[in-house]
Design a protein around this ligand. Structure first.
Ligand code: FAD
Length: 482
């Protein structure tokens, strides 16, 4: 390996960390490093950063900037078209080499290929690395050599594949370029909301950045992953890791989490069955990336073509009631308000609210996916697409369309005492457990005692679930006939 004094540009994207970072290690071993984050105008496409993601990105970048600064390195912020920004940076600094960790979203792979070719033509070499997945989407293949569409055999194939490389330490030493490289002030990008400042719930709920991501992963794998199997479906309990935004922004890698869980099992700090059930979720994440990579149109279109003609019925009033958590179904409203207030929603509740949107309201899943995209701090094109298509019944290995969640039964089963509903729908807090998931069935005097006036301080249900279910099944029958 040749070590030079010519600086190497390392382009950060969804890998906002120093540990287990192959592109950074590659650069640091070869010469002075110029780490850059580009707020890409060409990234926008059909999926520009949502509001909650912008908030997270600001704080995560600020944390990364400070981490570099402690090592005497400046994280450079630039804004514009990525190719132009990289060209300009290479020209200013004399860099002849650019490196990055791969992204897998269709618009990103297309952009990166174009950039790679254009830089090569100008004598700048590009190397890319895997820092986001346990296995590259093209490395896991069916016997016939194609992509998987069903999770269980995909999971088996992942477990049988060669182990991913062990995690890397952050480079012990990094050289800075001889001359300081100017960049933007992060605050000038105005990623944070100010008029109005709606982010107080996000500030209370999250601490973005690599240091906290690692702590959360270590604490969860050691102290809580053992109970994952039993508690993962309970939104009233802290049963899941809440690592999703940290993973999305690459503040931690799946391999780091995998190793932490394996060590916790080996050292007897956690129950293997719980921790293994948790690790299985990381393979669901891999599956989502595999699907989006091999079926790039699925962020917009159903994987199953028969659903292209589904008789959806977009009604702005009901869509808005769903978005605002005012459907009259407590578990749905609690979920949508948790999302609005904290930028995150429990997975079980994501399934319930998504089923309600596409089946009870017959609103296209793409509308739900867009709302999630704007409001989730973990908004992730692969996971969001897979989650919505799975619920809508039009994706890979999807829940059959005719399996329609009953929001009252789901509430009773997974939030049996109504603690989750009470937390996010305080106007129902005084209702007894027996009525918390279906206030419209409570006797008037019970409602009166709890201070609930249906239609006034809490909505009547916006649909009759039994009738909505039949309407959805009928729509499905029409699609199948067509
Ligand atoms: P844990 O249960 O602790 O799981 C650990 C990690 O595994 C998660 O952080 C996540 O990266 C991955 N994971 C867990 N469940 C799934 C799953 N079902 N599919 C894929 N990966 C999974 N996840 C996102 O990260 N971003 C999204 O935009 C997103 N949109 C979704 C939309 C719908 C309609 C549904 C049903 C699910 C969606 N999910 C999404 C998947 C899942 O809900 C979240 O990953 C999970 O709730 C995150 O919480 P956690 O970190 O505590 O998960």
């Amino acid at each position: 390996m040749t070590v030079t004094s010519t600086p190497i540009i390392y382009w950060h994207r969804q890998d906002l960390r120093l540990r287990d970072n192959p592109a950074l290690c590659w650069a640091a071993e070869r010469g002075p490093v110029i780490p850059v984050y580009i707020l890409c105008d060409d990234d926008a496409g059909r999926w520009p950063l949502g509001g909650a993601s912008r908030w997270w990105l600001h704080h995560s970048l600020d944390h990364l900037r400070q981490t570099y600064a402690k090592r005497g390195i400046t994280l450079v912020f630039r804004r514009g078209m990525a190719l132009e920004a990289l060209h300009a940076l290479a020209k200013e600094t004399g860099a002849k080499s650019v490196t990055w960790n791969r992204c897998y979203e269709p618009h990103a792979t297309e952009r990166d290929t174009q950039i790679k070719n254009a830089l090569h033509k100008n004598g700048i070499t590009v190397t890319s690395h895997n820092a986001a997945l346990l296995h590259e989407p093209w490395d896991i293949e069916t016997v016939g050599g194609g992509p998987y569409r069903v999770f269980t055999p995909f999971h088996k194939a992942c477990m049988a594949a060669p182990n991913p490389p062990r995690t890397l330490e952050a480079p012990a030493l990094m050289a800075a370029p001889a001359t300081p490289v100017p960049g933007d002030d992060l605050h000038a990008w105005r990623l944070l909301p100010n008029t109005p400042d709606w982010a107080s719930g996000l500030r209370k709920s999250w601490e973005p950045g690599e240091a906290n991501a690692y702590e959360v992963a270590r604490d969860f794998t050691e102290d809580a992953s053992g109970g994952y199997k039993a508690d993962r479906d309970r939104p009233d309990k802290p049963g899941t890791s809440r690592l999703s935004p940290h993973l999305h922004f690459g503040e931690i890698s799946p391999q780091q989490i995998w190793e932490l869980a394996e060590s916790a099992i080996a050292e007897g700090k956690t129950h293997a069955a719980g921790a293994e059930a948790f690790l299985r979720q990381l393979i669901w994440r891999e599956f989502s990336y595999h699907l989006l990579y091999h079926f790039p149109a699925t962020a917009e279109k159903p994987l199953q073509p028969s659903f292209a003609h589904f008789p959806w019925d977009t009604d702005e009033v009901t869509l808005r009631a769903w978005q605002r958590g005012r459907t009259g179904f407590p578990i749905v409203d609690a979920g949508m308000r948790q999302l609005w207030q904290t930028g995150w929603m429990h997975n079980r509740v994501r399934m319930i609210v998504a089923s309600f949107l596409v089946k009870d309201l017959l609103i296209p899943w793409q509308e739900g996916a867009r709302w999630f995209w704007d409001t989730l701090v973990d908004a992730d094109l692969a996971n969001n697409t897979a989650g919505w298509q799975w619920i809508a019944g039009c994706g890979a290995d999807a829940a059959p369309y005719f399996r329609i969640f009953n929001p009252v039964l789901q509430g009773k089963k997974f939030d049996p005492r109504g603690d989750y509903v009470r937390r996010f729908v305080p106007e129902l807090a005084k209702l007894p457990d027996a009525h918390i998931h279906a206030p419209w069935l409570a006797p008037p005097e019970t409602l009166g005692k709890a201070g609930v006036i249906l239609g006034k301080n809490y909505p009547e249900p916006i649909v009759n679930h039994a009738a909505a279910r039949l309407r959805a099944l009928d729509a499905y029958r029409q699609t199948r006939k067509a």
